[in-house]
Ligand binder design. Sequence first.
Ligand code: OOG
Ligand code: MG
Length: 297
Amino acid sequence: MTGAATKTMTEPMSTDPHTPTAVIGACAENLHEARRSGRAIPQLTATTSLTLDDAYAVQAAGVRLRMSAGERVVGAKLGLTSKAKAEQMGVADVIIGVLTDAMHVPDGGLLDISRGVHPRIEPEVAFRLGRAVDTSAPDADLRGAVDAVAPALEIIDSRYQDFRFTLEDVVADNTSGSHFVIGPWTELGEGSATQLLDRAVEMRVDGRVCATGSTTDILDDPWQALPTTARLAARYGQVLPAGAVLLAGAATAAVPLPAGARVTAEVAGLGTVSVSTAPGAETAEMTAEPGQAHTHD
Ligand code: OOG
Ligand code: MG
């Protein structure tokens, strides 16, 4: 338990009966600093008792730190919506996180991962909301607000050592969110965009297939992401502005994202999305973690 990022966490803290705002703030600062420095920290729950509600409060405090640095909320992401991901991470509950404009990388764009901790990449399906939705009600009609779907890539990067965490840790860490890339949007009504069952998902790193799955692996039907998001957003206060992007969660396990690589993901019938990483910029943590889980064939 050493390292500058943990300096406010030296004493075990209790959340009983209510975690003090100062503790929530200190947890958020710790994660914020780990994200900025690319230096991993021990799991918060190793020293701090956090309920799931506390963890979402830490996530929200972290988003506020980013907003005061000029970032804007542009959407939301679900995590652990497929069995492949839940098994990979050993955490089973569906979770929600926030997407900001600073996390967006254009399709085909270049990402510098040298400031990351140990980034991984995973193929997803994205929805776009054509209008703002009031998410204060758990049964808000998000599905009715969707105007387009797209293939997507999510770059996740846990701020915790060894990419290991409890459910509360990963929620506090904005569900490991790092960056996202959205492929070509298909407007609803075009072709068969509304039918998202049984579409093959394939991700390649430098042309080599590294993960395969099906859209049905995402909550049994990616459209289920909409009512799930409505429920979680209402409970935890996430906002969804007009044009918001929603990532439905990965269809496969995530794979380590190397420097100097080109990654593509194809969702059958929806098209292909890609991102490249700048060469020669491997993160220190990645070279120190040769054994991390992946799905290379
Ligand atoms: C948590 C984030 C999970 C997904 O798509 O399942 C996620 C993690 O794997 O670190 O984004
Ligand atoms: Mg994801």
